[in-house]
Design a protein around this ligand. Structure first.
Ligand SMILES: [Mg+2]
Length: 223
């Protein structure tokens, strides 16, 4: 069985939490903070499909939040741009268990399906050494439509000569990852990782940490 992975929140995370970056962005623009990072996250799914990139998505959402708070939407766009300038894509760390899991899978062709442009995602792969593990990386939203569209999953499977019914996807996002994998015909592992909403589609497995993959049939430790 081929195993495909998500990147953000599954294998790596930023050293600086989004809320800290957002506060720095408000500071840069010189306005009083008028929303929190969770206000952004709850609007994510509503704006995802109409946005061509994460940067555009953030601009649209920040503008929408501004409007809903009686703030000039242009100011929202400015804060979004400041957020982008503040965010350093090399300041990331691996999630616990990431290399153990990938080492254990080293004899299989591994593929990654991540939402985000190469300019944003490649530095994370290089900074953490993950680039050495993945012969195939699909930058969804750039190489194909973004997850949860099935296209990027199929593109990754084509690259490793795999098929959906013989593949499983590991990711943390209830909609983009679990929903996307199901739409593409793959089984899924949902790494819960602090998510507050549950997937609408039932994941094949739910785990709390990457190490729990060793307790699933994907990686079950044999004696
Ligand atoms: Mg993720």
């Amino acid at each position: 069985m081929d195993v495909l992975f998500d990147l953000d929140g599954t294998l790596v995370e930023y050293e600086r939490p989004g809320q800290v970056v957002l506060e720095a962005a408000f500071d840069r623009v010189g306005v009083e903070p008028f929303f929190e990072v969770t206000d952004f996250e709850v609007r994510y799914d509503d704006f995802f499909e109409q946005s061509d990139s994460i940067v555009e998505l953030r601009e649209r959402i920040f503008a929408d939040i501004a409007t809903s708070r009686d703030v000039d939407p242009e100011l929202g766009v400015e804060v979004a741009r400041a957020y982008d300038d503040e965010r350093d894509h090399t300041r990331v760390r691996l999630l616990p268990g990431a290399t153990d899991v990938l080492d254990a899978l080293a004899d299989r062709p591994l593929a990654m399906v991540t939402n985000g442009d190469p300019e944003m995602q490649r530095p994370k792969l290089e900074a953490t050494g993950l680039d050495a593990y993945f012969e195939t990386v699909v930058y969804a939203g750039h190489d194909a439509a973004p997850k949860p569209d099935p296209a990027p999953f199929h593109l990754a499977l084509d690259a490793i000569d795999g098929s959906p019914d013989q593949a499983i996807y590991v990711g943390n996002d209830p909609n983009a990852d679990v929903g996307g994998a199901a739409a593409a015909g793959l089984d899924s592992v949902w790494l819960r990782n602090g998510a507050t909403t549950r997937p609408r589609t039932k994941p094949t497995y739910t785990i709390e940490s990457l190490a729990e993959l060793f307790e699933t049939p994907i990686l079950e430790r044999s004696v």
